[in-house]
Design a protein around this ligand. Structure first.
Ligand SMILES: [Mg+2]
Length: 326
């Protein structure tokens, strides 16, 4: 019998996901399962840390990338396994791990014990599980988080728009806000540019191919090879950038765009050259702004249940043996 601790995002609207405790109990009734609905992020962190100390076998995260992000901060390097039950807007991490809202499928993954050890990116001491960066995408994440806190109507918009929510907010941002370039010194052993000073509207740090549910920003990137992807946009005017962004919005990587520089590395330092702090977003959350960003990787830092096809199923297991009660 496994010990399972289930967490609901303290801030997410309950209506954003369809998981019910009674349904979850049906699929996992043989396990020692505890449901937690922390009232604040502080309480969530305290409970997770206690789970880790107690050696809890699995943590179920019901929420979006932000919830998984908060939980992951306190699980890196532990043996406690994470199962992500998608209940957010983008659900990038759940998508990458092949988990969706089908409880029967989730129970299948759990009972088959198909897990993956996933690399985690570290940014100034804070962990990042999916994608992040500086520039216009940070502005979008910041606005979504601000509106989500302030307006209940906006939550309804997020629910209705689903994976299109970030596209809509991105288009709004680019049409209405000033096109801003960030002057940054970038240092990495794998940096292909001779001039390490860049002036860029957007720099992304990617642990997996897709950002915000749809955009294929780093199509060949994997989160288990000990490296992360860096994508630098060198477009210096709004029109060129919109042309490139349109391709991503349509779900395609603009292969022939010479203003996109990409490389894989395990180390990157970024330093602001214009006196302004670098505002970084990661997993849809705002990081603490800083003049310098020190970015590295924690290889295989987190154990996560996954439905990826390259995982070999536990041989003694078959779908018919899922213990459910009707
Ligand atoms: Mg990688």
């Amino acid at each position: 019998m496994a010990q399972i601790s289930v967490y609901l995002n303290p801030h997410a609207s309950q209506s954003l996901h369809s998981f019910q405790a009674v349904e979850i109990k049906k699929y996992f009734f043989r396990q020692e399962i505890r449901f937690n609905s922390p009232a604040s992020v502080t309480e969530l962190i305290e409970l997770i840390q206690k789970d880790r100390e107690d050696g809890v076998d699995c943590i179920f995260s019901i929420g979006g990338d932000g919830t998984a992000h908060t939980i992951a901060q306190n699980l890196i390097g532990s043996k406690t396994k994470l199962l992500v039950l998608p209940g957010g807007t983008a659900n990038d991490f759940a998508h990458e791990m092949g988990t969706n809202s089908n409880l029967k499928k989730l129970a299948h993954i759990f009972h088959a014990r198909t897990t993956r050890e996933v690399d985690i990116i570290k940014v100034n001491g804070r962990y990042l599980i999916t994608n992040g960066g500086v520039g216009i995408a940070h502005k979008v994440a910041q606005e979504v988080n601000k509106l989500r806190k302030e307006m209940s109507l906006f939550k309804s918009f997020l629910k209705a728009a689903g994976k299109n929510a970030y596209s809509i907010m991105f288009i709004k941002q680019i049409m209405t806000a000033k096109f801003e370039l960030h002057d940054i010194f970038m240092d990495s052993p794998d940096m292909p540019l001779l001039d390490k000073r860049v002036s860029s509207p957007l720099i992304l740090v990617n642990n997996q191919p897709r950002l915000a549910g749809k955009f294929p920003v780093a199509p060949s990137t994997r989160n288990d090879d000990g490296k992360f992807n860096v994508t630098i946009f060198l477009h210096h005017n709004k029109l060129e950038f919109i042309k490139s962004a349109t391709s991503f919005l349509m779900g395609q990587f603009p292969e022939d765009d010479k203003n996109i520089i990409q490389f894989e590395t395990d180390n990157l330092k970024m330093m602001s050259l214009d006196g302004k702090d670098l505002s970084f977003f990661g997993d849809g959350e705002n990081f603490t702004p800083a003049k310098e960003l020190d970015i590295s990787i924690v290889p295989k830092g987190l154990v996560v249940y996954s439905n990826n096809e390259d995982i070999v199923l536990c041989p003694s297991y078959s779908l018919d043996t899922i213990p459910t009660i009707q």
